[in-house]
Write a protein that binds this ligand. Structure first.
Ligand code: PHE
Length: 392
């Protein structure tokens, strides 16, 4: 038996149809085939629609069935009209015409009925679209953690906040006045050599040069300008220097500045506060010491050392050789500090005869390296997750 396609590709004459009865017969065959298809498809279409809805596809299985029968270009009806009707022998034309019209009405009615059925299914399909499959694995969004530097900032802030300091932050772009002059570092002072560094390119005629701050100390000035004593602040932040990157240097690093000024602050308050902080941070087993040093904005100035946390302050590694961290010195230099130089008070309209205070500038990257046994500062800035994940 010929398929529908094959039937409709030939003319009636080619099919050997020569009388009215055979015409009715062949049309009956087409109608039968349509009826059969549409009956089985009702269920299929429903299932297909549910599936497509589930997969989120835009294709509509009802459309392809419809176009198989009635598409203007190559649907079954078009083919019949072209092949059977137009080329029908004159004696058969009326009956072919009538049969064609009946078939057309039948198919259109059938499709219309199917369309209505599908419409009533759309509610069901849209429900399927919205359904949540609780058995699917959820979307896994890994939660990050704070960078080790941020964590150490937090540890340090917690310690100082617990003894009455508050946290303030300041600009990373500074004027030379705040970065140098008001800190008692005049223009040709030699300590600028270390620091005279990243200046911004500004339009000609700019009121003042600007530079990336080389330390957090400018915030000492900004804080005292704004507030009368008593002052107890710490200032965490980024600082910039013209340092070539190596295991212990980076052109950008982190500091926490500290400043306490009041009417009766003594050197003992200063040493006590710093020792308290270091013991809180490294644990009670470390020892501390001060060495004389020099900063233009503190007098006296000190370098604060801690007994090497790696060799327990012995200078000897566990293997018996020299400790590689302190190079056998048993001490590690931590940070600079001192009593605020009275000259600085002059810049902020504090009465140097009435107030006294201390300041310190802690290098955070260095503290983190010492506490967590990291021997290359660069790992903080490379953002390799294999490193970062070790400090969740
Ligand atoms: N600002 C100094 C530096 O970056 C550190 C410091 C701060 C020293 C406060 C004394 C007092 O080297």
């Amino acid at each position: 038996m010929l398929t529908l396609r094959e039937l409709t590709e030939k003319t009636l004459t080619e099919l050997g149809i020569r009388d009215a009865l055979s015409v009715e017969d062949v049309f009956a065959k087409v109608r039968e085939s349509f009826d059969k298809q549409i009956a089985t498809r009702a269920d299929d279409v429903r299932n297909l629609m549910l599936r497509e809805a589930w997969l989120g596809s835009e294709t509509n299985p009802a459309t392809s069935f419809r176009s198989f029968w009635v598409s203007r270009e190559s649907g079954v009806l078009t083919l019949i009209s072209e092949k059977w009707l137009k080329s029908a022998p004159p004696n058969l034309k009326p009956i072919v015409g009538r049969q064609f019209n009946q078939l057309k009405a039948h198919i259109e009615a059938g499709l219309e009925q199917q369309r209505k059925k599908i419409e009533s299914l759309t509610e069901e399909t849209s429900l399927a679209k919205d359904r949540i499959d609780l058995s699917l694995p959820g979307v896994h969004r890994p939660i990050g953690s704070h960078h080790l530097i941020r964590q150490v900032f937090q540890e340090i802030e917690d310690i100082f906040v617990s003894i009455g300091f508050s946290v303030v932050e300041g600009p990373e772009i500074e004027t030379p006045y705040y970065n140098f002059e008001a800190l008692n570092i005049p223009e040709f002072h030699p300590v600028r050599d270390d620091m005279d560094t990243f200046y911004l390119e500004l339009p000609k005629g700019a009121a003042t040069p600007l530079l990336l701050r080389t330390h957090t100390s400018p915030m000492q000035i900004r804080t005292m300008e704004k507030q009368k004593p008593p002052v107890r602040v710490i200032v965490p932040g980024k600082v910039y220097r013209r340092d070539n990157p190596d295991a212990t240097h980076s052109f950008m690093f982190h500091q926490v500045e500290g400043l306490a000024v009041d009417t009766d602050i003594t050197f003992c308050d200063f040493t006590g506060t710093i020792e308290y902080f270091v013991i809180q941070f490294f644990g009670p087993s470390v020892k501390t010491r001060f060495r004389p040093s020099y900063f233009p904005f503190t007098e006296p100035s000190v370098e604060f050392d801690v007994s090497c946390p790696f060799c327990g302050g012995t200078g000897t590694a566990a293997s018996g050789g020299t400790c590689s961290k302190c190079k056998g010195a048993a001490w590690i230099e931590l940070f600079g500090a001192g009593m605020v130089d009275p000259a600085v008070y002059g810049f902020v309209n504090y009465d140097a005869k009435k107030v006294s205070g201390f300041a310190f500038g802690i290098g955070i990257d260095r503290m983190a390296m010492l506490k967590y046994g990291i021997d290359d500062i660069q790992v903080f800035f490379q953002n390799d997750v294999r490193f970062l994940r070790q400090f969740p």
